[in-house]
Design a protein around this ligand. Structure first.
Ligand SMILES: *Cc1c(COP(=O)(O)O)cnc(C)c1O
Length: 396
């Protein structure tokens, strides 16, 4: 089947919710991808920060192969080893409480929202509220969607879940004003990913922590994109002045397989009881085995130091390019701000033709999320490709 036939099939049979780029990928290894014509690409998107240990990482492939040949699924009516070991590893590497395992990021946030609401009801709050930042992205299910201000306004999808509000990004005063006696939680991304890599300032995070402490509400950090080593520490919050009560993870956690997690502090781990929440597939043996293999690779101080070094190399290389006005983010989660008049979607399409995969989350931003296992030569190659594309853009 050629690309045109594949596109016709997709158009006819897939619900048309995605705008896909015109390429069919058939193979991946490390930071490289190959299309159906045999052409090689350097992948600086990693499936939107999913393939952080590289495509088809041998340790992950082996863990999946081994577990899937032995036992795939029995449901949460029984015990299996991988889910318990994964929960232990997630808890011990972060907040020390308990873990709920899900199949996606949105579902991890649903669990956090449930915990926050039940925690609030226990404190006598009848109509609990959850406060987020404008520009936040927390997922597409209705709870997560209600906490995603830019998407929750779509009237065709209404009515929305009540009890969600937002304040401008990094407006510490507005956040303090919004958090009060009805607040169940503040739910924010430490660095906004989907909206274009916009970091939350330490000042705003501290304001959120203090306001939550004063009100008795929970601070939830959505680390679905920032976690699993992406910013140069296992969790992004480690490089901030705050510690959350709950954190959510997904994306890179499964190394390419769908797995999410809601991790709690000791106190927040006591809130949900049997009957409050469940997932048929959550914590399945195969995805949990994959996640354990991922954490074994990423929860490693020399790899994390390397992410910070490579991130600095990438940032410096990008900042030296004509057409780049700023680079935002931390570690290997970078948003490249382009000069006025340069359309990021056009550059992104041109880069794909040149053999570099990135994405364009907003009109003047390129987002780079390479595998954490990328090397210096690949960083140099990506910078050169972006430089070449920006030069040709200016010459048009
Ligand atoms: C991707 C993402 C989600 C949603 O994850 P899904 O697995 O697509 O449901 C939620 N929050 C953040 C910060 C994300 O980047």
């Amino acid at each position: 089947m050629n690309l045109a036939e594949l596109q016709a099939l997709e158009r006819r049979y897939l619900i048309q919710t995605y705008r896909r780029s015109p390429v069919e990928f058939v193979r991946g290894e490390g930071a490289l991808l190959w299309d159906s014509g045999g052409r090689e690409y350097l992948d600086f998107l990693a499936g939107i920060s999913v393939c952080s240990v590289g495509h088809c990482n041998p340790a992950v492939v082996e863990a999946v192969r081994e577990q899937s040949g032995r036992l795939m699924h029995v449901s949460n009516l029984f015990y299996t080893g991988p889910m318990a070991r994964l929960a232990e590893r997630l808890s011990e590497s972060s907040l020390g409480g308990r873990v709920f395992l899900s199949n996606s990021g949105a579902e991890a946030n649903e669990c956090a929202i449930k915990i926050a609401r039940k925690h609030a009801h226990r404190r006598g709050i009848e109509a609990p509220e959850i406060v987020s930042f404008e520009g936040d992205f927390h997922g597409r299910t209705y709870g997560a969607l209600a906490a995603t201000p830019a998407l929750a306004v779509n009237p065709d999808l209404g009515p929305m879940l009540p009890g969600f509000l937002s304040v401008p990004l990094n407006d510490a005063a507005a956040l303090r004003d919004a958090v009060g006696e009805r607040t169940a939680a503040v739910l924010v991304e430490p660095i906004q990913g989907e909206s274009g890599v916009h970091p939350v300032t330490d000042e705003a995070l501290l304001a959120a922590r203090e306001a939550c402490d004063a009100a008795g509400s929970l601070l939830i950090l959505d680390e679905i994109q920032t976690g699993i080593g992406r910013t140069g520490s296992l969790w992004a919050y480690e490089q901030t002045p705050v510690r959350p009560d709950l954190l959510t993870s997904a994306k890179a956690l499964g190394g390419g397989l769908p797995v999410g997690a809601c991790v709690t502090s000791a106190e927040a781990g006591e809130v949900l009881e049997p009957g409050d929440h469940a997932s048929t597939f959550g914590g399945g043996a195969v995805v949990a085995a994959a996640a354990l293999a991922v954490l074994k690779i990423v929860d490693d101080s020399s790899l994390l130091r390397r992410v910070r070094e490579l991130g600095a190399e990438l940032r410096d290389g990008l900042l030296a390019l004509d057409g780049v006005v700023e680079v935002r983010g931390r570690g290997l989660m970078l948003g490249v701000g382009l000069e006025e008049g340069i359309d990021s979607a056009t550059v992104c399409g041109d880069l794909l033709e040149r053999g570099l995969v990135v994405n364009a989350p907003e009109p003047r931003t390129l987002r780079l999320l390479p595998p954490l296992t990328v090397d210096s030569a690949q960083i140099e190659r990506a910078v050169a490709l972006i430089g070449g594309s920006l030069l040709s853009y200016a010459a048009r």
